[in-house]
Design a protein around this ligand. Structure first.
Ligand code: NDP
Length: 264
């Protein structure tokens, strides 16, 4: 069975790298029309060009948009409406984590994390809400982290903000049910992506290559599956929850962590 999204319109925030890029790729492979955004124009164009090569004839819109900027989100939604007539699925993926313990987390970082995790979803939702409500399969699917339920001391601000997002998505599922918009999220463990590449480039010990470095992290952190996730793995979970295959699921948070979850 396919995801039943052929010719449907999907919007992916943060689609120019990592998990978002793999999600765009899977949506295109499934025959959906896709709009995606990021802030950096060069990275966005590189992703668009690679996808256009890989999927000749694909209906693809890449647009620079900062999810923290309301006007930018409104312009993105207007462009999607004009190009595709509206969106059926919004996948709120854009973002990054903040690595610091309590004593090293300034007030600005607390505020920035709360802002990114909440308004990174709220702004795109407000911009696309009318389009999603007009679709008979409308859905909002958020990328969240296992930190929401399992805080880590070295990512204290991100953990707290992730918990707030989990709470928000649960409320939104109920708030938007009468508009026919399903709201779900995925709870990520550690997934190989741009973020981890950047941490790899900045590592102190340069004696290890990428594969060894990643394997070392998985072993040190005790991930039961003994590896980090690959971006295509959360992408599959996101597309499933966004698609009509999950038509009776709203308010769910799906674990994608290789067994790293310690809670019931
Ligand atoms: P990447 O850095 O590879 O990708 C992040 C994407 O988001 C890029 O396209 C980036 O483009 C975009 N982005 C970031 N901020 C904004 C913004 N304000 N507005 C628009 N686009 C933005 O990271 P991942 O694929 O790993 O991250 C995807 C999501 O998964 C993030 O929300 C991250 O926090 C979450 N996550 C990832 C984990 C992991 O282990 N990889 C673990 C837990 C959660 P640009 O910079 O050009 O804007």
């Amino acid at each position: 069975m396919s995801f039943l999204i052929e010719q449907r319109v999907a919007v992916v925030t943060g689609g120019s790298s990592g998990i978002g890029l793999e999600t765009v790729r899977l949506l295109l492979a499934e025959g959906a029309r896709v709009a995606f955004c990021g802030r950096n124009a060069e990275r966005l164009e590189a992703a668009r060009a690679a996808l256009a090569d890989e999927f000749p004839g694909a209906e693809l819109l890449a647009m620079s948009c900062d999810v923290l900027d309301e006007a930018s989100c409104a312009a993105f939604a207007a462009a999607v409406e004009e190009r595709f007539g509206g969106a059926d699925m919004l996948i709120a993926n854009a973002g990054q984590g903040y690595v610091a313990h309590y004593d090293d987390t300034p007030k600005e970082a607390w505020l920035a994390e709360a802002n990114l995790k909440l308004f990174g979803v709220i702004n795109p939702l407000n911009a696309f809400r009318g389009q999603l409500a007009a679709s008979e399969i409308g859905s909002l699917t958020c990328v969240n982290s296992l930190l929401a339920l399992q805080p880590e001391p070295h990512m204290i601000a991100t953990s707290a903000a992730r918990a707030a997002l989990l709470n928000l998505t649960h409320s939104l599922a109920h708030e938007l049910v009468d508009e026919g918009i399903r709201v779900n999220s995925i709870l990520l463990g550690m997934v190989e992506s741009g973020q981890w590449r950047r941490r790899f480039e900045a590592r102190d010990d340069k004696s290890l290559g990428w594969e060894q470095w990643i394997a070392g992290i998985a072993a040190k952190r005790g991930i039961p599956m003994k590896r980090l996730g690959r971006p295509e793995e959360p992408a599959r979970a996101l597309v499933f929850l966004a698609s009509p295959l999950a038509s009776f699921t709203t308010g769910a948070a799906l674990d994608v962590s290789g067994g790293f979850n310690h809670h019931l």
